[in-house]
Design a protein around this ligand. Sequence first.
Ligand code: ATP
Ligand code: FE2
Length: 326
Amino acid sequence: MKVLGIESTAHTLGVGIVDEDDVLANKKSMYKPEEGGIHPRKASEHHYQHALEVLNNALDKAGLEEEDLDAVAFAQGPGIPQCLEIGAVMARSIAERYDLKLIGVNHCLSHISIGTRTTEAENPTTLYVSGGNSQIIEYRNGRYRIIGETLDIALGNALDKFARKLGYPHPGGPEIEKLAEKTDDIIELSYPIKGMDFSFSGLTTEAERKIGEVSDEVLANSFQEHAYSAVVEALERAMAQEGSNEALLTGGVAMNSRLREMVETMCEQRDAEAYFPPAEFCMDNGAMIAHQGLVELKDGRGTKIDDSGKRPDWRPDEVEATWIEK
Ligand code: ATP
Ligand code: FE2
């Protein structure tokens, strides 16, 4: 079965194509804000302006035409409403025009599915950290449960905001990483964990207030150490509670080498395994949506045009994950 997947939840417009054996294509175009954070209208303009180009790039790469496909999957949510709309319209148009099956999938669950497809992980505790989401997710009794999450802004968003204050353009995560690598010194900041949850808004404001008092390198390093320790501590607790021996790290912030190192060390100490999908599958991408679509279609699911409206606040635990037991 050949499934085309469309990702458009935030700043990435991605189109991927998968079948049971291979990822046949994974193409994208990213909206980059000229200044500040993601501007919803401008991001959606980027997406529709690049829709045909990215779609054709993916079809060319896979050596396929629309007629060769069996289904179209799209990220129905969660995400920025204006951006979700573009992916939904693309998917509906292609499905109608070529008489293909349509399926709307949850973006967060797609990150986990592509993570297990591209690594050896089987039933991991997932730490999903990106610009728009920060969650610890585990499968229990028919659903993926959110065991811990940010109480305010996402980790990637916090890094981007802090980096912007230091004068770096979006995305700021890699800039903070480069600065932090230049020093081992840290200063104490507030530790952003609240039980199984975490929060990054206060830490960001605190770090921003110290700009000029302490070097940028030390501030960046301190920010990373505090924020990453908090999410890894929550991840460890979630694993301990459930007796899990697999951790999966995904989302854009999963590209960070210091965070990977912390997850690896924690797993070594617990005799657990840490899994990191290849970078192209950590960041938002179309192949993960296509793969999730494939999995759900094989489970007998599908989405009617009437039910294919965007779902900006769709939480992964609202989905009955019936495909897992099979
Ligand atoms: P989502 O829709 O899942 O919230 P997103 O739109 O934020 O995703 P991603 O590509 O998953 O897109 O993640 C982008 C985020 O990852 C940005 O906040 C960016 O700063 C962060 N990031 C990218 N590389 C690194 C890195 N090396 N270290 C830390 N953060 C990083
Ligand atoms: Fe994402």
